[in-house]
Ligand binder design. Structure first.
Ligand code: B12
Ligand code: SF4
Length: 395
């Protein structure tokens, strides 16, 4: 092979093409390259933090400029190679589980193995391939959701999709069920910067469906109200007013994606590691609530669920049991877990028991997905009453 010249534009162009080919071979759906200018996103991030929307995620405010100035995080960085990987497992009937309040709804990204490791490993292989080509004269580092990196604005700039009103990156051919990752590099590769135009148009399905009304405005999320934050990131008691709205969502939430018409174009993942394990795709609430701490440790090994620990897991399940329709078995299971439970879990169990036993009410008050009879599209069973024709594509 000819010697690679890092200042030769032909060599860099060829390398960029090869990186994209290697990325697809490694299981990524798209690789796109961008520069490191994140000033606009950095400004928006500061406004978001000023409003306190990060809640207890203090780490979002830490590291300051490193988050929007990539060369401060990894000195020498001039380009960012962005990647996306689909994660939606095939045959997971998410709407059916959401509708059955005796089942536990776990976000589709968390049913199998932890993506952090898988995506990072693949990026590390890609990084090594690049280093082998340029014979070591390069500074590079792969990231996946674990460092102060503004992954969405980088992906958007590079051309992976546009930021939807639900604040996730959406691609017109792939929807939004994908993870993002990136490699910071000192190689002055040619940039794509082929940003997709925003195609949300007048559709606001994601904003309306949100069970906890977590969007103060389109494109802005108040994490403190988001079920994903409440069930995964938040360590203390869940605000009482939000508990009834959480329904059976015990780890993360997918509603704003499930209802999005662009997800008709999503494809199921081929990654075996993202396939559901331990029946988590449609487990009964009571079954999961009965797991001992040892069961939890054994059955969530290698899963993103492990990260929240047993206490938060039980806290989340207790809330869902309080919202479950099968009052009899919920009350029995809740009572059985009361002895020996921690203060945090105990308080949520008592709340759930009170809700199930004392208040005469119509259990459960669930938000209904706008449903039309069977018109199975893409990989989802979201028979949504909205369609892409509702989207004002010209907007
Ligand atoms: C913090 C965080 C969260 C928080 C806050 C979410 C959020 N929207 O910021 C919580 C815990 C709630 C969360 C939830 C989820 N997350 Co998260 N999360 C992150 C993390 C670590 C940082 C995101 C961030 O920087 N937020 C800060 C705010 C400022 O960013 P922002 O919303 O993007 O803000 C922009 C807009 O507000 C916009 N803006 C502001 N005003 C205006 C006005 C207008 C007119 C416009 C156009 C724009 C605009 O500008 C801001 C800056 O770009 C990233 C990984 C990473 N390192 O980037 C993953 C990440 C965003 N999460 C991801 C996922 C999958 C999820 C969940 C789907 C998981 C789940 N099923 O439960 C949910 C989705 C909830 C949602 N609707 O966003 C993926 C998203 C992949 C994708 N397709 O986009 C990421 C990229 C992780 C990964 N590596 O794949 N997450
Ligand atoms: S993930 Fe759920 S709670 Fe969070 S913004 Fe989306 S719909 Fe709302």
């Amino acid at each position: 092979m000819a010697i690679f010249m890092p200042d030769n534009s032909h060599d860099l162009q060829q390398l960029a093409t090869d990186i994209k080919t290697w990325g697809l071979e490694l299981g990524f759906q798209q690789i796109a390259i961008t520069d490191i200018d994140l000033d606009t996103a950095g400004e928006k991030l500061r406004r978001w933090l000023d409003r306190g929307y990060q809640g207890g995620m203090n780490w979002m405010a830490e590291h300051g400029e490193k988050r929007w100035q990539p060369s401060r995080l990894l000195p020498g960085t001039v380009r960012i190679i962005t990647a996306r990987m689909d994660y939606l497992p095939p045959d997971t009937s998410l709407i059916a589980v959401l509708r059955n309040s005796n089942k536990a709804y776990i976000s589709r990204y968390a049913l199998g193995r932890d993506y952090h490791r898988l995506v990072r490993k693949r990026l590390a292989v890609l990084s090594k391939k690049i280093e082998a080509r340029v014979q070591g004269s390069v500074i590079q580092r792969p990231f996946v959701d674990s460092a102060p990196v503004l992954e969405k604005p980088l992906a958007e700039k590079a051309g992976q999709g546009w930021m939807g009103k639900h604040t996730l990156i959406l691609n017109s051919r792939a929807g939004s069920w994908f993870f993002l990752g990136e490699i910071y590099t000192s190689l002055p590769l040619p940039i794509d910067n082929s940003a997709q135009a925003n195609q949300c148009g007048s559709c606001s399905a994601c904003l309306s469906i949100c069970p906890t009304r977590a969007f103060p405005a389109p494109y802005v999320l108040d994490a403190r109200r988001c079920i994903s934050y409440l069930t995964i990131e938040h360590s203390g008691p869940i605000p009482e007013g939000l508990r009834p709205l959480m329904g059976n969502r015990v780890f993360g939430c997918d509603d704003c994606q499930a209802v999005c018409p662009w997800n008709r174009f999503a494809r199921a993942t081929d990654e075996k590691d993202f396939r559901p394990r331990h029946g988590l795709a449609d487990a009964d609430l009571a079954t999961l609530f009965n797991w001992s701490e040892e069961d939890f440790s054994a059955r969530t090994a290698g899963s993103p669920i492990r990260r929240i620990g047993y206490q938060r897991w039980q806290r989340n399940l207790a809330v869902a049991m309080g919202n479950a329709a099968d009052r009899g078995s919920a009350v029995q299971a809740l009572k059985s877990r009361l002895p020996g439970s921690s203060e945090l879990v105990r308080e949520h169990i008592l709340w759930a028991l009170e809700r199930q036993m004392l208040s005469p009410r119509d259990v459960p008050k669930r938000r209904n997905f706008p449903v039309q009879p069977a018109q199975t599209v893409g990989v989802l069973d979201t028979h949504q009453s909205i369609s892409t024709t509702d989207i004002d594509k010209g907007a």
